[in-house]
Design a protein around this ligand. Structure first.
Ligand SMILES: [Cu+2]
Length: 168
């Protein structure tokens, strides 16, 4: 069946239906097609609509939405220094700024469990993340543990890279 070889009245009606159902793109396909080009019909699009597209690369964590407050967090040897110690509950944007000389990370913890983190932030680099937090007591920390050439462990948390953070 070829929509576009029908009478002009039918073509208009089909075009109008296509606009209602699918938007204007179909009308262009119909206008430009002739009887020798059956692929230029509207057939493919209703099928596509019957199978909603799913992005296989979508992140499993939904976007928390726009930030309701922002906290800058300086990371250095050996401290984690947020610009404020508490914020109201909501979507919080953490901006980690590695002002130190080593690679650090910023982990958001609750009851010892990592909720989110910026990992492998090189010296001099800044990176942001957003997370929705309910009221409660949290910890901001760097959890990097390095083994030095002589075998000793360098545990950034143990050396002091952690601080309490309150969401109220
Ligand atoms: Cu660190």
């Amino acid at each position: 069946m070829n929509f576009c070889s029908s009478s002009s009245l039918n073509a208009l009606r089909l075009g109008a239906l296509a606009i209602v159902a699918l938007g204007g793109a179909i009308l262009v396909a119909c206008d430009d097609s002739d009887a020798s080009e059956p692929e230029a019909t509207a057939v493919a699009d209703p099928e596509a609509e019957a199978h909603p597209t799913v992005d296989p690369n979508a992140t499993p964590t939904p976007d928390p939405g726009p930030a309701t407050s922002t906290v800058k967090v300086d990371l250095t040897e050996w401290s984690v220094s947020p610009s404020k110690g508490s914020v109201a509950a909501g979507v919080i944007q953490f901006i980690a700024d590695n002002t130190g000389g080593e690679t650090h990370e910023l982990a958001i913890l609750k009851d010892g469990e990592v909720l989110a983190e910026i990992e492998g932030l090189s010296a001099g680099h800044v990176q942001a993340m957003r997370i929705r937090l309910e009221p409660g007591a949290y910890e901001l920390a760097c959890l990097i543990v390095e083994t030095e050439p002589d075998g000793t462990k360098e545990d950034h948390h143990e050396l002091g890279m952690h601080t309490k953070f309150e969401v109220r």
